[in-house]
Design a protein around this ligand. Sequence first.
Ligand code: GDP
Length: 734
Amino acid sequence: MTSFLTSRFGGLALRNVMNNKNGINSFGLRCFSTNSVSGLRNIGISAHIDSGKTTLTERILYYTGRIKEIHEVRGKDGVGAKMDSMDLEREKGITIQSAATYCKWGENHINIIDTPGHVDFTIEVERALRVLDGAVLVMCGVSGVQSQTITVDRQMRRYNVPRVVFINKLDRTGANPWNVIEQLRKKLNLNAIALQVPIGKESNLEGVIDLVTEKAMIFGEKGTAPIIEEIPSNFVEFVKEKKMELVETIANVDDELGEWMIENDFPNNMPDEKTLTAAIRRTTIARKVVPVMMGSAFKNTGVQPLLDGVIKYLPSPNEKKIIALDTSVKDKETEVELESDPKKPFVGLAFKLEEGRFGQLTYMRVYQGTLKRGDTIKNVNLGKTIKVPRLVKMHASEMEEVSEVGPGEICAMFGVDCYSGNTFTHQNCSYTMTSMHVPEPVMSLSIQPKSKDGQANFSKALSKFQKEDPTFRVKSDQESGQIIISGMGELHLEIYVERMKREYNVETVTGKPLVAYRETIQQRGDYNFTHRKQSGGQGQYAKMIGFAEQSENGMENEFVNDVIGTAIPPTFIEAIKKGFKDCIEKGPLIGHPVVGVKFVVSDGNTHSVDSSELAFRIATAGAFKEAFEDGEPTILEPIMKVEISLPQEFQGTVISGVNRRKGAIVNTTTQGESLTFECEVPLNNMFGYSTELRSMTQGKGEFSMEYLKHTNVSRELYNQLLEEYKKKRTEENK
Ligand code: GDP
């Protein structure tokens, strides 16, 4: 039935896993029917850097039998933890790119999407969170809530991800889970409640007591199953007190448990294990409470109960409402709810790409239906159909081949050409998991490899990054011959420059980052333009009359042919259209793209011999310039929505910093001791803000920003930009 290690593929071990008659494969994993979806968990493990996320993940893989040995992060054996599959990560012991792995716990199946821990990699975090049904938030038992815990928590809120907390490092001096829980309540406003109490503290940590089962668990060396014992007598009172707190906290947000308490004479009777577990599960999934477990990953304490907790309290794929967008009607996306039903039409999201020696590896989360090898499926974003190639399940860099993958599952496909974030569906279905709308880049910079040798890898890296990230664009500037990369901010571009160095070994030289200005008009401008060159030989003649005005479609440009009769014949109209396209690529003011302009041709004239397509294309440039100048032109700059989180004590300095950068605070929310400002700030004024915020808040402040809109620049900046452009042109023409 089963053949092992049949081949090596791209340096990755590939195992063939076939299923026996009972639907149980050689790894004891049940194949999917609707029922088994309830035993599936797609979780992420998120944390502030150094909290022990990698160590915990490694222990989980070890206890679930997925790996045979434990290598400590930055361990002396030089091997590094399994989840850090990129060399760089091994070297540094930090996890940058999310890797997907799976393991089995009892009859259940857990997919772990390893979310990146570093603050700069939030694009990756967000994409990974989209795919998760639940998460484990790892906290350090000494440091408690740290700056990045706040960011991760905010992201989890945004994507409605239910979570459990694991307080790690209880073996360290000064660790105190009760302080951390207090901070979760105060700083993050989470309804955090302990499900366990530790036995012993710091270097004497021996185990934990489960408040639901009221049993003690003592942990031995390196992941042996815990010894279950009665509660030590000196803990009985404390456990009673903590259990009461647990039951009351849950009952406060759960009507069902509240009613049970009234009917059953609480506190003379306490809810039994089944009743309490069900109530914790309901309230966790509804995101009304955050259950807290604890231990020490490094000292192998509390990891197995955490796995039990993931199964008991976090939702399976069919317990989370999953919304897709139906794009079958053009320009009108309507929401549809998906079902974790293997028989429904297939819908899946490609959430991560990886370049292997044998082509692209595409990580996919199946949301609905079944993905089968050999089936024909559609890439909704690209409008292309493909045949499903080899399917594998991933475990860091090892893979196991499977023939089909059911709803809720995560797998990877070989050699499929697609972009990260693309949705794949059954041929007759047009759903997308993410809106088709991709924001326009707001910042660009010129880039080139330092030496000629780097050229090949440089091109390879650029094409890979574009596939991974639709907001990362590459173009070559025709005049200067430079390669220009653009993206969603300074940090976004810096990450790619850094990755080029680390992953592709290419050192680069970059220009100054430039904000993506746009040019437009503010009123109607007319033109009546004649292009004439008729001195000897074949001449050129084209006459055009019309106007330009603000487009009704926001930032989009439009071309309208209003010529009645044949004053300008159709072939020349086509030439004008092409000429218009040239014009909008490089605006007349500062050479930035033109947006929001409707260009109308209403009349014109031709010459029987001298008129040509070329003549009309050239004439369009003159006509456009004339209309643009008459239309009160202006320059637009990107305005960013900036979210700044900070402890209240730094409020004053941060506000004055925002004012100095000509930003406006539009909303303020308080969450315990932390404040969040929502501001609108010109991107041009955001350079260097991360350093400034860090020093203003002793490293405790954080910000994220996203593109909001383009608006008029100030008169002062307008003149400055015009002046700079003029200077640049003069230098270029020297
Ligand atoms: P990550 O950055 O969150 O992935 O954290 P790592 O797993 O890389 O751990 C950071 C450091 O903390 C490493 O040196 C680990 O060995 C150490 N560490 C992880 N878990 C524990 C723990 O439970 N107790 C102690 N004392 N150290 C730990």
